[in-house]
Design a protein around this ligand. Structure first.
Ligand code: C2E
Ligand code: MG
Ligand code: MG
Length: 673
């Protein structure tokens, strides 16, 4: 076979491997390309078979091709993968029969080419193609940014088909929502780092906007010159709108969709900055719906919610778009207005006009289903010009003004004044002092005697005093109300009770004092506590005092605030022997019918009536009526604040049972008592 010089030359020089075998599969020809491909020399291969060269399984496969040639006597081409010792090679082979001079089949030939490299390339291309058609939008431009290729996902995201954008600049997707500086920066990064990543809003072919996350890489040649830019993008509009909703909820009230307190605080902080620059006044208004609680209680929360939504809408219409209307809490709304001018009086006038407009908007009844309800509003207002003011302080000021407005009755408007501020600070200081005072044992009880008609001492009232280190001895008028508001009355009241019970126990050990009763004032917050009765009884027991010597003083307003609860607790207390007195009687405006339901032992006629005796006929009549009614109900009647002999005589003549006042005794410390 290798005799023809022409054939020999070709076989020696072609880059394809050429191999010939006899019918037994022994190699007859193995050209230099075959040597290079297999890594074996012709001399070691010739005369041997594939079984000598390849693993058995592979040799068998090759033998099957030879069998096919002997059977079909035809040339065919095949792509086969052979392990050639240095790894797998993909070969493109043409195989066929060899015939001798007589036309008899004499062997087989193979012409093979190693296509491993191009196969790999093809693979990569295929992978690249799959990637390119993924869910991620892709765009390839030339060095000048002219689009060369886009994929299907790009079309889905942008709405532009390949033929509509290839040859053009991606600028056509711009929404105009990113400022020019955004793109300048993007190109600067691409030039300097070859990469840019970010989020932007683009415009879909149909005009709608979408959020995309975009990643651009520069593809450079070996010398570093940019060949292409490849952009990959995903549509994150959904993600964005979900997070925008979350963001929205963080700063808005879900019911009315108005800004909430946090957002109001933000805006207020901005306003303070802006106003200190502009020198203009702004105002913060707090508006509380009068009687809303009633609406809620009587018509239900769902109804109340709808009233709030309508109220919000009306107020929104009453102010300018640049003003902030926020839901401050429950039925309290806040309005922040700026640009009220540079003069405080002008600003105040304009703010008051806004308040009037807001209130006017709320005047019409709210219609929900077939019902109509009215609720006016009380408005507190504070002005600011940004100088050295703080958000928290402003909100407190507006709140204080609003409480003041509420106190003036429904529909009130109240400006925050410096005097209120002074009061506020004093109250804050007092509160802090008071907390410390309890721990520092600065509180003491004083005792004021109570006497019967014959002038015998029958008992005493315990009256709280604060030995203030700076201000001296303070009467409860200076601090009891604040203690009630801050909740400090609970531990303080408990302390009073313990102290009083200890006193009773001490008196019981002395014949001179053993029969005295002791009256203790109870505040509403203390009384409303669910455990009040148990606490009292436990305290009495712990001190070893006699419950029948203890009398609790409650006021009309406390008693009637929740009549059922009051009656139940008083019954339980009286069942254990604890007495109950109604303090300051006649100062409230409660109906006698209600009072008749209270299980009481004693009524205390308030000092204000006693004061006007005996000259004032009205007071004399009231006292007479109280005595008649009290006695009719089987109660003891005591007069407090008796200062003069004339008062004493008059009261005694009317049948008053007992007396308390400076005429007999002032409140004094235990030792003196
Ligand atoms: P209250 O219970 O009506 O106590 C009577 C007040 O009248 C006492 O004032 C007493 O000092 C005063 N007073 C008695 N006789 C006369 C008099 O002849 N002339 C004048 N001008 N005043 C007289 P105080 O001690 O300042 O107590 C004021 C109020 O503070 C009490 O009124 C009571 O409501 C409350 N309070 C006192 N101690 C306590 C307490 O331990 N707990 C609670 N929750 N409240 C208390
Ligand atoms: Mg009292
Ligand atoms: Mg009283």
């Amino acid at each position: 076979m290798a005799d023809g010089s022409l054939v020999q030359q070709i076989a020696d020089n072609v880059s394809d491997a050429i191999v010939a075998k006899d019918l037994q599969g022994r190699f007859l020809l193995f050209n230099p390309a075959a040597e290079r491909l297999s890594g074996r020399s012709a001399s070691e291969v010739l005369g041997r078979t594939e079984r000598d060269l390849f693993p058995l399984a592979q040799a068998r496969e090759l033998e099957r091709d030879d069998q096919r040639i002997r059977r079909d006597r035809e040339v065919f081409s095949v792509e086969e993968t052979l392990d050639l010792g240095d790894g797998k090679h993909v070969l493109q082979a043409v195989k066929g029969p060899l015939f001798d001079a007589r036309g008899e089949l004499s062997g087989t030939f193979v012409v093979a080419r190693d296509i491993t490299r191009s196969k790999l390339d093809e693979h990569e291309l295929r992978i690249a193609a799959v990637v390119f058609e993924s869910q991620i939008g892709m765009l390839v431009t030339d060095a000048h940014g002219v689009v060369q290729r886009v994929n299907g996902a790009f079309t889905r995201i942008t709405g532009y088909a390949a033929e509509e954008i290839v040859g053009r600049n991606p600028r056509m997707l711009r929404s105009g929502l990113q400022p020019p500086a955004f793109y300048t920066d993007m190109w600067r990064q691409l030039r300097e780092h070859g990469h840019w990543q970010g989020e932007l809003v683009n415009r879909h072919r149909d005009g709608s906007l979408y959020h995309e996350r975009l990643d651009i890489s520069a593809i450079r040649d070996a010398r570093g010159a940019v060949l292409h830019y490849v952009g990959s993008m995903s549509d994150i509009t959904r993600e964005k709108s979900a997070s925008a909703r979350i963001e929205h909820l963080r700063y808005h009230d879900p019911l009315t969709e108005l800004p909430n307190r946090s957002l109001l605080q933000d805006r207020l902080a901005h306003a303070l900055q802006a106003d200190s620059r502009s020198g203009e006044y702004g105002a913060l208004l707090l508006l509380d719906l009068d009687d809303f609680k009633n609406v809620n209680d009587s018509l239900g929360h769902a109804f109340g919610d709808r009233v709030l939504v309508q109220a919000a809408q009306r107020m929104r219409r009453a102010i300018r778009t640049e003003d902030t209307l926020a839901r401050f809490a429950g039925d309290t709304f806040a309005v922040l207005v700026e640009g009220l001018g540079r003069s405080p009086s002008e600003a105040a006038t304009r703010a008051a006009a806004i308040a009037a407009k807001l209130r006017h908007g709320l005047e019409q009844p709210f219609r929900v289903d077939a019902r109509a309800v009215s609720c006016g509003a009380s408005i507190g207002l504070t002005l600011f010009d940004g100088d050295a003011e703080e958000v928290d302080v402003l909100m407190r000021e507006a709140e204080l003004a609003m409480y003041q407005a509420k106190e003036r009755g429904p529909g009130g408007l109240c400006f925050f004044e410096q005097a209120m501020q002074v009061e506020l600070e004093a109250r804050n200081a007092l509160e802090a002092d008071m907390r410390a005072a309890l721990a520092a044992r600065q509180f003491v009880l004083h005792y004021q005697g109570q006497f019967d008609a014959q002038g015998r001492r029958i008992g005493a009232e315990a009256l709280l005093r604060w030995r203030h280190p700076v201000r001296g001895l303070l009467a409860p008028g200076c601090f009891i109300e604040l203690a009630e508001q801050t909740g400090l009355i609970e531990p303080l009241g408990q302390w009073v009770l313990e102290q009083a019970c200890a006193q009773l126990a001490a008196w019981a050990r002395d014949a001179a004092t053993r029969d005295l009763s002791l009256a203790v004032n109870v505040s509403a917050r203390q009384f409303r506590h669910a455990d009040f009765v148990e606490r009292v009884l436990r305290t009495v027991e712990a001190a070893g005092a006699d419950a029948r010597r203890l009398q609790l003083e409650i006021t009309e307003s406390l008693a009637l605030e929740n009549l059922q609860d009051t009656v139940r607790k008083l019954r339980e207390l009286r069942a254990q022997g604890v007495g109950v007195a109604l303090d300051d009687f006649g100062t409230g405006n409660s109906s006698l019918a209600y009072l008749a339901q209270l299980p009481l032992d004693q009524i205390k006629i308030d000092k204000s009536f006693v004061d006007k005796l005996p000259q004032d006929p009205t007071s004399a009549l009231i006292v007479q009526a109280v005595l008649a009614m009290g006695h009719g109900m089987g109660l003891q009647v005591i007069a407090e604040g008796v200062e003069t002999q004339a008062q004493h005589e008059h009261l005694r003549a009317l049948g008053c049972d007992a007396f308390q006042g400076f005429l007999f005794a002032r409140p004094v410390a235990t030792a003196e008592f």
